[in-house]
Ligand binder design. Structure first.
Ligand code: SAH
Length: 466
């Protein structure tokens, strides 16, 4: 991010603009929406500028911008449509400590003005760092359509009602009231009874929320999928939007954590202090404690929470404390990995069952398990199988598996840095060790990538595809 988006307080502050033509007028259309004191320097002003000055919407000084003019200015706009004159303005403004924007000149600007969707006091600013103005315009058009035109009014009236609503306890209770107002009772009242209707709705909605019992906290046990945020379910997305507390595992990708509500308390259950793993008991305690405090807790686990997620231990603790919970399934690593190599987990006349196993558990495999797996065509998705590769390889060969059985290792499935390594049972080790895997990896026993391109590589999939 080269440019950091902020909302600058400009009410009653000085904004200076140099230029008197079309470019200046275009900027002024935006600036005049603010409560700033605007001064325009133009030796030869457009008629519209004279008109705006006559209406006292801005102060017009009919000469070129010069030394002293940027004093105490929050912002200076150079809109002269003349590179030399703009350069002169930049030099003076910088001497006087002001931030300058040169119209249509990203390179020489200290700040840029975003595309704006205005539902004052709700303002959406869209920036592309100058990379794609077309994209910014498309997003703006989309939002203009989507955000109801009365949103500004609802927000202004809501703002005035904030103090009254503060009677509700902070956190979920208060949020539920506001969600009800903004998305249900407020818009409905506006449609039937206009502004007065909205005022009544604020009061009746508050009464309703005040006199219904405060709900207990609850826990959503949510699958975050394999890493790609687009592989989150809509339910998971909504749970993240609403969570007061998010307790997440080590493998949950940062892009997904970004989606949590900004006010949410984020707890990394993968690590405590410097690198030590949190014990399961401690995680259970945390979940229960936060829920008992009345919070909406999202327990976020990689992939699907029901697959090698120690879910049942958490459910036992939650139910023992009399707390409600629900499970939101996610896409497990095996599904993401197999999709990535263009295969199916099951296939008619090849394998009608698939095993999800962990490398650790395979050490306790019974003889008949190994025999079944060693039969041609069996497919297994081996989770946490990096360290167990040598052991698995030895046992399968011992039980008569074909040494040329396809094995594919998929590291960081669905993520940008993914790698696909196609090998065979006889080469599983040292291939696994030689690959030097850093990320989570899934071993698909009995499957090879469908395409030669995918099969080719120990390279990241992106590069291999080129
Ligand atoms: N609940 C998870 C599994 C947790 S066990 C799920 O359903 O996917 C952790 C193991 O999952 C890792 O050791 C690795 O084998 C596998 N895994 C998780 N995310 C992965 C990813 N993006 N790519 C490959 N394997 C992954």
């Amino acid at each position: 991010m080269q440019h950091f988006p902020v909302f600058l307080s400009v009410a009653g502050r000085r904004i200076v603009l140099s230029g008197g033509g079309e470019a200046a007028l275009a900027k002024l259309r935006l600036l005049l929406k603010t409560e700033a004191n605007i001064t325009v320097f133009a030796a030869d002003p457009h008629a519209d500028l004279l008109e705006l000055a006559a209406q006292k919407r801005l102060r017009l000084v009919q000469r070129h911008f010069d030394y002293g003019d940027a004093m105490c200015a929050r912002l200076v706009y150079a809109a002269n449509e003349d590179a030399l004159e703009d350069a002169r303005v930049i030099a003076i403004a910088h001497d006087e400590g002001a931030l300058v924007n040169v119209v249509d000149d990203l390179h020489n600007s200290d700040f840029i003005t975003p595309a704006i969707v205005d539902r004052d006091p709700v303002t959406v600013a869209i920036g592309t760092e100058g990379a794609a103005p077309v994209l910014a315009r498309a997003i703006k058009a989309d939002l203009e359509q989507r955000l109801p035109s009365n949103l500004g009014l609802l927000a202004r009236m809501g703002k005035a009602f904030r103090a009254a609503a503060d009677i509700l306890p902070m956190g979920r209770k208060r949020r539920e009231f506001w969600a009800d107002y903004y998305f249900k009772s407020g818009p409905r009242a506006f449609e039937t009874a206009g502004k007065q209707g909205v005022q009544n709705a604020l009061e009746t909605t508050l009464d309703r929320h005040l006199f219904t019992d405060g709900r207990k906290g609850h826990v959503d046990l949510v699958g975050a999928g394999p890493g790609d945020p687009e592989l989150l379910t809509l339910k998971a997305r909504k749970a993240l939007d609403a969570a007061d507390v998010v307790i997440y595992d080590r493998l949950v990708s940062p892009e997904i954590l970004e989606l949590a509500r900004r006010e949410a308390i984020m707890v990394n259950a993968g690590k405590e202090g410097f690198g030590k793993s949190m014990s399961q008991d401690r995680i259970n305690d945390l979940i229960v404690q936060h829920a008992k405090d009345g919070h909406h807790v999202v327990r976020l686990k990689s992939g699907d929470p029901t697959v090698f997620g120690r879910l049942d231990e958490e459910i036992d603790a939650i139910t023992a404390a009399g707390i409600e919970y629900r499970i939101v399934p996610g896409i497990t690593a095996a599904s993401a990995a197999v999709a990535q190599i263009g295969q199916s987990l099951t296939k008619r006349d090849r394998n009608s069952s698939v095993r999800l196993v962990t490398g650790h558990d395979m050490k306790g495999f019974a003889d008949h398990d190994w025999r079944a797996l060693a039969q041609t065509g069996e497919v297994a998705a081996i989770y946490m199988g990096k360290k167990a590769a040598r052991f698995v390889q030895g046992r399968l060969l011992m039980h008569g598996a074909d040494p040329l059985t396809a094995v594919t290792i998929i590291e960081n499935a669905s993520r940008a840095d993914t790698r696909v390594i196609a090998t065979t049972l006889q080469d599983l080790e040292p291939t696994m060790t030689d690959a030097g895997l850093n990320g989570p990896a899934l071993t698909l026993y009995g499957l090879s990538p469908r395409d030669a391109v995918q099969a080719a590589s120990t390279l990241p999939a992106k590069e291999a595809a080129q």
